[in-house]
Design a protein around this ligand. Structure first.
Ligand SMILES: *Cc1c(COP(=O)(O)O)cnc(C)c1O
Length: 412
């Protein structure tokens, strides 16, 4: 690939104009961490100021308008992940939502002992499942280690699911490798055995095509501060398929999930529909930010964003093969777009020092993922093809000068 190819791709990029909504400083470092924390879109400050204005003028009566925001923003987000209205809530954190849905699923399958997961999944997912296995008296059957061969990973997971599986809990896109699993196929496999399935969409929502309803998915959770740009610590989301909503009871019996919240009555009776998966008072300013931010992804459209993601990651991979592999790096992310998400992982024994050197030189902000990966997340709304080209060039130039990793370095 030549730099001219990247320039040409930028010129014909149908979503190029969306970059203007993110007030990107052109001579600043190249931001390759939109999959960890998205940039703030234009309009989010005004939306938050309006929210504070309503708080100031309406005080407690503002709740009339705020109270159904988790469902309203959820319906809007649902359209980006193939979910019809009434199945998505924006609330709590991804971790808490994962706990709520996984616990509800396990309790609806009391006779089955196993939870099928993937050994190298994101820490919070592993810990929540470990904790639930302990409290619910189940065992974790963790498939792995995860390589870069999507077909092999899927076969291993499919083989681990059986008549004793209560729940299958997986990340759609792996946080480190970028490997993307076949959601419809593994969902069908779980259902063949009578198990429920829960998908973590942290690295898919806002970037990859997701069809929850069409795929017959039971449960899903995800983040709004990554590709959806809701801001640091913006609330998570959860999805419960309509067919399951009356069957499942979540473990946190809070007043927002109660059938008659303001009757303040004795005893917990779960609300109908997805509302039973609420817990306590939602963070309204965070919801306002998410609502404003996802409007931008909505306008660009997931199909266009995904097409650009494929273009950006393809360019990163091709250029990394030319410039970084000869220097001893290895591309971990699957080569086939059908098997990967929207980020690219490059492994090197000195990855930690390499990543630090890139950040400290002010050239590229990526992130290190233990033990040996530099992760590049070019968010399609605001990243240019030329930035991908230039980021690899900066990586090639920086690798020679990066010192060895400090010996005991294990975490980010
Ligand atoms: C980022 C991420 C999370 C984050 O969970 P929080 O509760 O928002 O901290 C969870 N799961 C995966 C797979 C992630 O990538």
């Amino acid at each position: 690939v030549e730099r001219g190819d990247a320039v040409a791709l930028d010129l014909t990029d149908p979503v190029a104009a969306f970059r203007d909504r993110f007030s990107v400083v052109t001579d600043g470092p190249i931001y390759m961490d939109g999959n960890s924390l998205g940039r703030p879109p234009a309009g989010i400050g005004e939306a938050l100021a309006a929210g504070v204005g309503a708080w100031r003028s309406e005080l407690v009566s503002g709740w009339e308008e705020w109270i159904d925001l988790p469902g309203r923003v959820g319906d809007r987000l649902g359209r980006l992940i193939g979910a019809a209205a009434g199945q998505v809530l924006v609330c709590d954190s991804t971790t808490v939502n994962l706990y709520k849905l996984a616990a509800a699923a396990l309790r609806s399958r009391p006779g089955r002992r196993e939870i099928v997961t993937e050994q190298s999944d994101f820490p919070t997912d592993r810990y929540v499942i470990e904790g639930l296995a302990a409290s619910e008296g189940r065992v974790v059957r963790a498939v792995g280690p995860a390589g870069s061969d999507a077909g092999a990973v899927e076969r291993d997971i499919a083989a681990a699911i059986g008549p004793d599986t209560a729940l299958v809990c997986l990340s759609h896109v792996h946080y480190r490798t970028g490997l993307r699993l076949d959601m419809a196929r593994l969902t069908a496999r779980a259902h063949d055995e009578g198990a429920l399935i829960l998908w973590d969409l942290a690295h898919s929502a806002g970037a990859c095509p997701v069809e929850l309803d069409a795929g017959g998915v039971d449960l899903a959770v995800g983040c709004t501060y990554k590709y959806l740009n809701g801001g640091p610590g913006a609330p998570g989301f959860l999805y419960v398929g309509a067919a399951l909503q009356e069957e499942l009871v979540q473990p946190i019996w809070g007043w927002f999930g109660q059938a008659e919240q303001f009757a303040m009555g004795e005893g917990y009776r779960p609300a109908g529909g997805v509302a039973r998966f609420l817990t306590g008072t939602p963070g309204i300013l965070g919801l306002i930010a998410v609502d404003s931010a996802i409007a931008v992804s909505e306008q660009a459209g997931i199909a266009a964003l995904w097409a650009k993601s494929v273009g950006l990651t393809s360019l990163l991979i091709e250029r990394a093969e030319e410039r970084l592999v000869p220097l001893g790096a290895r591309i971990v992310t699957p080569a086939l777009p059908d098997h990967r998400g929207a980020h690219v992982a490059v492994a090197h024994p000195r990855a930690w020092a390499w990543c630090r050197a890139l950040i400290e030189s002010g050239r590229v902000i990526g992130d290190f993922r233990s033990p040996d990966v530099v992760r590049l997340g070019p968010a399609p709304l605001y990243t240019r093809y030329t930035e991908c080209f230039d980021a690899i060039e900066a990586m090639a130039e920086t690798l020679g000068s990066a010192p060895d990793n400090p010996p005991a370095r294990r975490v980010t």
